[in-house]
Design a protein around this ligand. Structure first.
Ligand code: SF4
Ligand code: SF4
Length: 304
């Protein structure tokens, strides 16, 4: 069974089974799904790039800690250099590059970032992943550049009002493909062990985030989105969950792409902070009331 089928299977079970049974079965279900993700050396299907780390929504379960970030924009010159290196290392063979965040439409140099991505990855699919709030306000140059660079606009489904019919009609006028994610059925509570006492291999074996989509950030590739963004959690809550040099691979030091792919499928020291056996399916997506919500029930939104 592949990853998508496994997730559909898991969600169907969540729909029909009572909560008490789900709680008991959860680790087993997650380990079945996780197995599909941890095949070492498989091709790189997705690379995620945070265009900004902050967001205009504050979702209770944001996986990237965006509600804790005041403002952080991607540096275009550094990104250009990183894309050039990653393209050379991978021979441009990355299936899909996702420009996301936070909310990417908040970056004033978004069009330059789109141009740089296409320049270095002429054959990859490029998705601009957005919550859609700003799409009816953005200058028309955005749409013309999406069309020129062959970039698709992927709108994640959140519990907010969005005039998708109008957005789709503007996109169509400019010849831009859009996709509106299905309404997610629910979210998962992701438990962190702030003392780092979990068994690394075991945490990884139950992890549905590992090797699903690599994250490129400041010259480094990560196998999941926790180590690159944990700094926001640490800063906000005064914690010290540490990231070390074995939690990522430096694209300027990697000898070849096989080395990168091998790294992505394996456990990392940071896995000691994830209590993946205790992941809980928490039902519908909720808006956060304040920033403290993130510590009570952190989870993974099922975007798109
Ligand atoms: S889940 Fe998405 S929309 Fe919500 S705060 Fe995080 S990045 Fe923003
Ligand atoms: S640190 Fe390890 S266990 Fe935690 S999300 Fe990343 S890969 Fe999964």
């Amino acid at each position: 069974m592949d990853y998508n089928l496994s997730m559909i299977f898991a969600e169907k079970l969540y729909k029909i089974l009572p909560a008490s049974i789900i709680k008991k079965l959860q680790p087993k279900i997650m380990s079945i799904v996780a197995k599909q993700l941890h095949i070492v050396g498989q091709s790189m299907n997705y690379v995620d790039i945070n265009v900004v780390d902050h967001c205009n929504l504050k979702c209770k379960y944001c996986a990237n800690f965006c509600p804790l970030v005041n403002e952080k924009f991607l540096d275009v010159a550094g990104f250009d250099k990183d894309c050039e290196r990653l393209s050379a290392l991978s021979s441009g063979k990355i299936k899909t590059i996702r420009l996301l965040g936070g909310e990417p439409l908040l970056h004033p140099l978004l069009i330059e970032i789109m141009m740089v991505t296409r320049k270095h990855f002429p054959l990859s699919e490029i998705d601009l992943v957005t919550n859609g709030i700003l799409l009816l306000k953005i200058p028309m140059a955005f749409w013309t550049r999406c069309e020129a660079f062959g970039i698709r606009v992927a709108i994640s489904h959140y519990p907010i009002k969005l005039n998708y019919v109008k957005i789709k009609s503007i996109a169509k006028e400019y010849g831009v493909k859009t996709v509106y994610g299905k309404k997610p059925r629910g979210m998962y509570k992701w438990l962190l062990d702030i003392n780092g006492c979990q068994d690394i291999k075991e945490s990884h074996a139950y992890c549905i985030r590992a090797n699903q989509c690599a994250v490129l950030q400041e010259g480094k590739i990560y196998a999941c989105s926790l180590p690159p963004w944990i700094r926001y959690f640490n800063e906000y809550f005064g914690k010290d969950l540490r990231v070390n040099e074995f939690d990522y691979i430096d694209i300027y030091k990697a000898k070849n792409f096989a080395e990168v792919l091998e790294f992505l499928g394996k456990p990392i020291p940071f896995c000691k902070y994830c209590n993946t056996k205790k992941i809980v399916y928490v039902g519908n997506i909720k808006k956060g009331n304040n920033r403290m919500d993130i510590i009570k029930t952190r989870g993974v939104p099922r975007a798109g």
